[in-house]
Design a protein around this ligand. Structure first.
Ligand code: C5P
Length: 232
């Protein structure tokens, strides 16, 4: 898997998104489209960004009964995205069904990764709300192994977990890590952060970077700095 910087395009409309992407002129960064933008604009936003030549991570975090996820993934597969995801909590059967739905007639499919426990969930909320009593780090690793056994390609995890995920699931198991900040930058609402350089050292395969690029005075320079520090 190639190392890359994925820009989280957390914009509310196509207009704002294109205004941002136009700044990159000839460059075609890998972009993440999340729920806000997708639900606002529908599948046409994916087609339009794809037409402009960008790779796309469609971050919709599917979680439903296996049959529904299989059929939804078949629809997403036709959008020809490069990466998409689901919740590992949907169980191994749901993940296997997702792969079936996502796989095209020619046998190819986008990279499929799992969300383990959201970083907004901590030990206390996991125990109280979900009634899961194991240590959260162990739960994250268990979900990662479950995703691997179901045939998925990797997980979304904090950069701090990426090394451990590779230890448990192998170096070929992809880690996609948000929560990246420049050493001299603002953390915003992210609590556990790493610089692109640290994420590189710990072995993250992809970093997902939003505001350090989207809210920068010069987003192109911020993106280039990120690539320099992460890819080298
Ligand atoms: O702006 P920022 O760099 O914090 O954006 C990070 C992106 O990664 C956002 O789109 C956010 O929803 C996503 N994300 C995250 N933490 C997770 C999973 C996804 O920050 N655990």
């Amino acid at each position: 898997m190639g190392k890359d910087v994925i820009i989280a395009c957390d914009f509310a409309s196509a207009e704002e998104t294109f205004k941002f992407l136009d700044k990159f002129e000839g460059k075609k960064p890998f972009v993440k489209i999340g729920m806000e933008l997708y639900y606002a604009e529908g599948p046409s936003i994916v087609r339009e960004i794809k037409k402009r030549g960008h790779k796309i991570f469609l971050d919709l975090k599917l979680h439903d009964i296996p049959n529904t996820v299989k059929k939804a993934m078949a629809v997403l597969s036709r959008l020809d995205v490069d990466m998409t995801n689901l919740h590992a909590a949907g169980t191994r059967r749901m993940m296997e069904a997702a792969i079936e739905g996502l796989t095209k007639p020619d046998g190819t499919r986008p990279i499929l990764i799992a969300v383990t426990q959201l970083t907004s969930t901590d030990q206390e909320t996991m125990e109280n709300d979900l009634l899961i009593k194991e240590p959260i780090a162990e739960v994250v690793m268990h979900y990662a192994e479950c995703a691997k056994n179901a045939g998925l390609d990797g997980v979304v995890c904090s950069p701090l977990e990426a090394g451990k995920v590779h230890e448990r699931c192998g170096s070929g198991f992809v880690t996609v890590t948000p929560g990246v900040r420049f050493a001299d930058g603002d953390k915003g609402d992210q609590k556990r952060v790493m610089t692109p350089e640290e994420a590189k050292k710990i072995g993250s395969d992809y970093i997902v970077v939003g505001r350090p690029i989207t809210a920068a005075i010069d987003p192109v320079a911020a993106y280039e700095r990120c690539c320099r520090e992460f890819i080298g």
